[in-house]
Design a protein around this ligand. Structure first.
Ligand code: ASP
Length: 375
């Protein structure tokens, strides 16, 4: 596996098998004696702190990034490496757990949801706020529950058939997540979609909230292409329109996520309108998301957002910024046709937006009877 090292860890023999992919992050860090900074450990040292893994009745194997990294260093090449590993190992495991730093976990989860396409096995990211070896760590519980949920089956099929994030006693849809707190053990939230699972004494599975793919290919149909010529611009009162104009003049620019006020509002200034119109004429895809922590954009509500529609800005509905940005990278790599880009951006491809929010179409939908899984 390119860039990955087989750790050869076999915790126990059991009915279901899970591949843990260790990328780094606080969960596997230890304080460097000289500098005092947190630095990553390798996975064999991480798993030593969770002996329960060996008794969970689940066969666990692990691979690791050659050099585990802080998630601030995670780049699209790492997303490609993760997606490729999952595709290559898809037939051999019932589910996948990715140990990842929390800082950019929501971006990785969102990107993977688009790159992996219809994936009918669980891909669960988790991490922790405190390193796994320290007292009061949240890493042990997060790792154990993520592995158990990845192994969870209903009527012989994986209960979770999507990219998800387990954190702070909750399983969330990955492309709905956002890191909200730098300190709390509930650092990750899903502002616009209910938790898929709440972990108390039992796992309480919220079945109507689960995603079911439209079909279950034997091997995930990967889309590894990502256009990174994108920008994320958040409006603020007093923003220099000259700065905005110059930013949008970057000749390679292909797309922009515009974070606007409230339910999708922007200043009515002629200057802004001109800058956005020019960008639209150059074929730059612009997607409107809210700066608010919850909810999304309702472009029909206020006159201030009608202006954006007139400039070709696409409503991002209730997508998080992380989902909008990674979806834009993904969609721009699929096609150059502006109408198709607009259609994809407003469709619910992998559960990243709420169809009822704006009456948009969706690739499939919440878990109903479920589809047969080809394994
Ligand atoms: N800086 C760390 C990271 O994202 C923080 C964490 O894991 O919680 O890799």
């Amino acid at each position: 596996m390119k860039g990955l090292r087989d750790m050869g860890l076999e915790a126990s023999q059991g009915e279901r098998s899970i591949l843990v992919i260790y990328t780094g992050g606080t969960i596997g860090m230890v304080r460097d004696k000289v500098s005092g900074a947190l630095v990553p450990l390798d996975f064999s040292q991480v798993s030593r702190h969770v002996p329960e893994l060996a008794h969970a009745g689940i066969r666990v194997e692990a691979v690791s990034f050659e050099s585990p990294i802080d998630s601030s260093d995670v780049m699209p090449k790492h997303w490609r490496s993760l997606a490729t590993t999952i595709a290559e190992c898809h037939a051999s495991f019932d589910g996948f757990v990715i140990l990842h730093g929390t800082d950019t976990m929501a971006y990785t989860a969102s990107a993977l949801s688009f790159m992996l396409g219809d994936v009918c096995k669980p891909v669960i990211l988790t991490g922790s706020q405190l390193p796994i070896g320290v007292p009061r760590t949240d890493g042990r519980e997060n790792l154990l529950s993520a592995v158990m949920l990845a192994a969870h089956a209903t009527d012989g099929r994986p209960t979770i058939q999507e990219v998800a994030v387990y954190f702070g006693n909750h399983l969330f849809r990955g492309n709905r997540t956002h890191k909200e707190s730098a300190q709390s053990f509930q650092a990750i939230i899903s502002p616009n979609h209910p938790p898929l699972v709440e972990a108390g004494v039992d796992f309480e599975i919220n079945r109507p909230a689960l995603w079911r793919p439209s079909h279950c290919p034997r091997v995930p149909e990967l889309n590894l292409g990502l256009r990174t010529e994108v920008a994320w611009i958040s409006l603020f009162p007093g923003m220099s329109m000259d700065w905005l104009r110059r930013s949008l003049e970057w000749e390679d620019l292909r797309g922009m996520v515009l974070a606007t006020y409230g339910s999708g509002n922007a200043p009515t200034s002629e200057l802004l309108r001109n800058v956005l119109r020019q960008a639209n004429e150059r074929g730059i895809t612009m997607v409107n998301v809210t700066q608010c922590g919850h909810g999304g954009v309702h472009p029909e509500l206020y006159a201030t957002s009608h202006m954006l529609a007139g400039c070709g800005v696409i409503p991002g509905h209730d997508m998080t910024t992380e989902a909008a940005l990674t979806k834009l990278m993904h969609v721009l790599a699929l096609t150059d046709d502006n109408e198709t880009i607009r259609d994809f951006m407003t469709q619910n491809l992998r559960g990243e937006l709420t169809p009822s929010f704006a009456g948009v179409s969706q690739a499939h939908g919440p878990a109903g009877a479920g589809l047969p899984v080809e394994m």
